[in-house]
Design a protein around this ligand. Structure first.
Ligand code: SAH
Ligand code: MG
Length: 200
């Protein structure tokens, strides 16, 4: 099977299984950023089945380019490894099976990234941001998906079970908007995409 056929199947299977992969519009937008930024090292928090990492790998640039992507769910992790192998991208994409907070806290600052993409548990975005800020290169970019959390972040009323995550996403937006280290634009596309240029 040709690579684009394999990728089409990965997407189809993910959608059939309700895996929350990047929406087309958000993906196109992030790919445009990658085309311009030409990253050599990308860090992704939340692999799922590897769909976004596979898409991002097309726009890696420079010598020994790599994506490191972290997934805590074992079933997802296994599927991601299988998909990346099918796409013959094992040399470019490394999947880590761990809780991202656990894993990132253990990384030291010699391991830095041009672009960091946050797309995992909404209640943990603040911790992810803290670690991403530590691990992003100066002038690097932190992108976060789902910052509007299906409209909940912009709405006054929210079900109890979503309240904590919603408030943390509001806090995320407030920090990247107000803290001088970030130059941020939130784009009202897909489920809300936040793009922060980081000045350390
Ligand atoms: N980026 C993917 C979609 C990721 S969905 C794509 O667009 O193709 C979010 C994933 O994050 C889920 O698979 C979930 O298991 C994982 N996740 C949630 N919290 C996590 C954590 N703390 N550490 C690692 N993975 C986490
Ligand atoms: Mg997402």
């Amino acid at each position: 099977m040709e690579k684009h056929e394999i990728l089409k199947n990965i997407k189809k299977e993910a959608l059939e299984n309700h895996v929350p992969i990047l929406q087309d519009i958000s993906l196109d937008f992030i790919l445009l950023i990658l085309k311009l930024a030409k990253p050599n090292k990308i860090l992704e928090i939340g692999t799922a089945v590897g769909y976004s990492a596979i898409q991002f790998s097309k726009y890696l640039d420079g010598e020994n380019p790599k994506i490191k992507t972290i997934e805590k769910n074992e079933t997802m992790y296994n599927k991601a490894v299988e998909n990346i192998k099918a796409m013959e991208l094992e040399n470019k994409i490394e999947v880590i099976h761990d809780d991202a907070i656990n894993y990132l806290k253990a990384l030291d600052e010699s391991d830095t990234y041009d672009v960091i993409f946050i797309d995992a548990a909404k209640g943990q975005y603040l911790v992810f941001l803290e670690e991403a800020t530590r691990l992003v290169k100066n002038k690097g970019i932190i992108i976060a998906d789902n910052v509007y959390f299906k409209g909940r972040v912009l709405s006054d009323y929210n079900e109890h079970k979503y309240r904590t995550a919603t408030n943390r996403l509001r806090e995320y937006i407030k920090i990247v908007k107000e803290d001088k280290r970030y130059d941020t634009t939130i784009f009202d596309i897909g489920d809300g995409v936040s793009v922060s240029f980081v000045n350390k």
